[in-house]
Design a protein. Sequence first.
Length: 478
Amino acid sequence: MVALTRSVVFATSLLVTSACWSPPETRGVDEALAIYRRGARAGESLEGNRLAAAPEARRATADVSDRPLTVDGAIELAKRNSARLAELSRRVAAADAAVEAAGQRSNPNIRVTNVRLARAIDRGEDPGATPRVRFTPERPGEVAAREAEARAAGRSARAEVRAEELAIEAEVRWYFDDIVLLDVEIAAAERMAEARRKIAAQTREQLETATTTAVDVSLADLHVVDAAAHVAERRSRRALLVEALLDRIGRPPGARLELEGNPSAWPPAPLPSEQALMEMALERSSRVADAAARIDGASARLHREQAQRWPWFRFVEVGYEFERSNTNVPLWTVGAGVELPIFSANGGGIRQAEASKGAAKKQLEAEVERIVRDVRARLREANAAAALVTEYRKIALPALEQASTATDRALESGGIGTLRALTIEERRRHIEIELFRLVRQYRMAVDALRRAVGGPLVASVSSASDGGRRGGQQPVQR
């Protein structure tokens, strides 16, 4: 009997302590250093987003290194190379699995009680036992409500994926737009620098003939240095943009960019109407989708909480007693437990679910208000920038043409000297650069509008990458 008691105590202790195991703890620093070192061994420079978290995406860039990269191809590579997008995609997979898990019912359990071990050991009699099968029936609609909550969480996860994809697309498109704009600005700055170099050379010739002063020569040289600095600054910005773009897509070796569009082409295609932009923004908004999913999830939770107000089975149990009986009647047993909402009718849970649903609805209203305000402001900025460019062109282009014609006639007739003509040419180039600066403001306003809308506007909208492709294609080497 003592041995039996010890065995029972040992078995009970083993079962109690079996849940004390804890999984090993992972240190984030160790994982980060391991990723860094793997990338370093792979020969990566480990700047920006090109870590070892997506090696398969970087391998995929190797097959595009021998042909120019279009904006659409770069967007696709950037998405495949994004560790953040990969993480969000895994979260979507986890949310889908959660929907399946939410639809699973509770497993029944078997209970065996009244096992008389002492009688079996001491007297060799039948120990007897009472096995019971117990299961917990779900409340009406509870499984469907859980699945609805899980599906709402999945929609929220997909909304995050969509938001990240739109952010990547907007970033890559602006890289291409900005590089095209810089190419045009660099060409204009080089023309102005060339004009200033000619002025400086002409001024030196006049200094030799004593028709000017050394101060004028120094001033001309300073203008040359200033123009050269403008060219160098734009070239440096372009190099940084190309580096950042290739870094974003995984830096394929020897990549070339296929730049499209002519920023100097004017007027651009008209922007969509305000109503069309609002509808596109609301349809594409990931926050609107997330708010709608939260409303559905809160509604499902409210249904589950309201069901807790009514009595329902805690468990249902069916058993059989293996015991000697003087009759041949089977000793079946049936039991049930019912939860009675006496002390708590789940009022707190219901109020919390109702508040969550109300907050989700207000979140949707606030998001619609934010989108409307943001799109309207970005559209005003784009229209104002376009009007400014149009007005400036209306004033500047005739003046530039008139100055060029008058200068040519004066040179032919000997009415002005070469230095004066070069000075006029330099001012013409300066006005040209100012015009491109205004065009850049318009392009930036269109890009901000594109981000507010959540993607490309329409196929006809002027953009150096997703519209306005009137200037042909220009393959550019890094």
